[in-house]
Design a protein around this ligand. Structure first.
Ligand code: MN
Length: 236
């Protein structure tokens, strides 16, 4: 242990972060929230009524973030791991009970993420009325691109969101088809949790989710924001 180690702590605390596009500075991550079923076509493909029921939320761990360009190790205890391409919102200013018409002022920027999902374990959890934790919050489950500041690109509310696997089209959607818009998601989420700078929100996936295999290359893009590329690797 280096002599500079602060002995207040038993071991060095970790700071988890994602890159900021065209910047030397990184975005330190506090929490990673996710929205379930936020595109009608995906709600339908999962067997749900796409009526506008209130949004619901689950979480991933900040240490499960991996950057674009990395290998996603196929996780254990699953034979059905799915890709879900998602718009990621990076919160730059905290608040609680944020009004939808003020919500965008709390956004630092946007990224392109993958809500990797052990679908078999999630399905079993749903059936048993158990938490989604093992299906959603496993190690490496949150690939995320660099965050692009809203000061540079504004607040995209429409535009294609897509994912290809080995160059073949898999997911196609448009941000304009979100059941709950980014301002509405922030408004709802901030009623349940005090948001802070450093929070990320994965905002749901369009239709076309499917299983990944070792060796496959996932390439995703959101118009006006950026791209992500991940290779599925063998498990540890
Ligand atoms: Mn998702």
């Amino acid at each position: 242990m280096s002599s500079e180690h602060n002995e207040q702590y038993l071991f060095p605390p970790q700071v988890y972060s994602v890159a900021v596009s065209d910047s030397e500075q990184r975005f330190p991550v506090r929490r990673v929230y996710c929205v379930g079923r936020n595109y009608a076509d995906h709600a339908r493909e999962m067997g749900h009524d796409p009526d506008r029921e209130p949004p619901f939320f689950f979480s991933k761990h900040p240490d499960s973030l991996i950057p674009s360009g990395s290998v996603f190790p196929y996780p254990g205890e699953s034979a059905d791991v799915h890709h879900e391409i998602e718009l990621v919102v990076a919160i730059g200013r905290g608040g609680r009970n944020i009004a939808a018409d003020e919500a965008l002022a709390h956004v630092f920027g946007y990224g392109v993420g993958l809500d990797m999902t052990r679908r078999d374990l999630q399905g079993a959890a749903k059936k048993a009325g158990r938490p989604w934790e093992v299906g959603k919050a496993f190690d490496h489950a949150a690939p995320c691109s660099a965050i692009v500041p809203a000061s540079r690109i504004g607040h995209p509310a429409a535009g294609e969101i897509r994912l290809d696997v080995n160059g073949e089209p898999r997911q196609r959607g448009d941000l304009a088809s979100q059941i709950w818009s980014v301002p509405e998601v922030i408004a709802h989420l901030s009623r349940y949790f005090a948001l802070e700078a450093g929070d990320l929100i994965f905002t749901g996936t369009p239709a076309g989710v499917g299983a990944v295999k070792v060796g496959e290359r996932l390439t995703g893009a959101i118009a006006g924001i950026g791209t992500i590329e991940i290779t599925v690797g063998r498990g540890d």
